[in-house]
Design a binder for this molecule. Structure first.
Ligand SMILES: CC(C)(COP(=O)(O)OP(=O)(O)OC[C@H]1O[C@@H](n2cnc3c(N)ncnc32)[C@H](O)[C@@H]1OP(=O)(O)O)[C@@H](O)C(=O)NCCC(=O)NCCS
Length: 165
């Protein structure tokens, strides 16, 4: 069975590869292949992903298959005000529609029990992700210029109330 667990340093190369592939697949149709590759290559280096593991405001999870390969990844970060963002969620394309994305998201939600809500930014045009988030209780609360250096594109901010224990 695929296991959801905290990410470790050993996972950094697999996670970096997974994000790079996911970015190209998901964002090339929206922002163009060159821009998607450039932003991902800059933002998702081994060094940056490894550094995030020692950042106490960030929590990273992976889904590991029985053969040791990495099928999914999620990272949540807390800002100074204590607001939590689901900053990244990527699963291998072979896992789309399997429920794995829901399982890894629930690990993130459970790790933040006691916090009233969790937010995220989704690029306009990423319709599959938006449908996934709506299905899991997120609602659009704002629209703004996209971060991540995707100039000229808009993002939607979605938020979900977390249930209290
Ligand atoms: C976003 C992601 C984690 C969701 O996981 P998933 O397994 O694909 O999600 P699900 O299949 O459970 O849900 C997606 C829903 O969108 C629907 N969908 C698929 N393509 C769609 C489209 N083009 N427009 C609208 N809805 C679409 C699916 O039918 C499904 O709904 P259903 O369960 O009611 O049939 C995964 O697709 C992924 O890793 N995407 C690439 C990275 C990404 O975009 N991350 C989010 C960044 S904010």
């Amino acid at each position: 069975m695929t296991q959801i667990r905290a990410m470790t340093e050993q996972d950094v190369p697999s996670v970096s590869r997974l994000i790079g592939e996911s970015w190209r697949r998901t964002y090339s149709p929206i922002m163009g292949a060159e821009t998607a590759a450039r932003i991902s290559d800059e933002d998702h280096t081994l060094q940056r992903i490894a550094a995030e593991l020692t950042d106490t405001n960030k929590m990273s999870f992976v889904a590991e298959r029985p053969d040791g390969s990495i099928a999914g990844y999620a990272m949540a970060k807390m800002n100074e005000a204590g607001d939590v963002m689901l900053d990244r969620l990527h699963i291998d394309q072979s896992e789309y529609g399997t429920g794995l994305a829901a399982n890894i998201s629930h690990a993130v939600f459970a790790a933040h029990s006691g916090i009233p809500s969790i937010a995220l930014e989704v690029l306009e045009g990423n319709d599959r992700a938006m449908a996934f988030y709506r299905k899991h209780g997120f609602e659009v609360v704002d629209r703004r210029a996209a971060s991540h250096g995707a100039e000229g594109h808009a993002s939607l901010i979605m938020r979900k109330l977390l249930s209290r224990a």
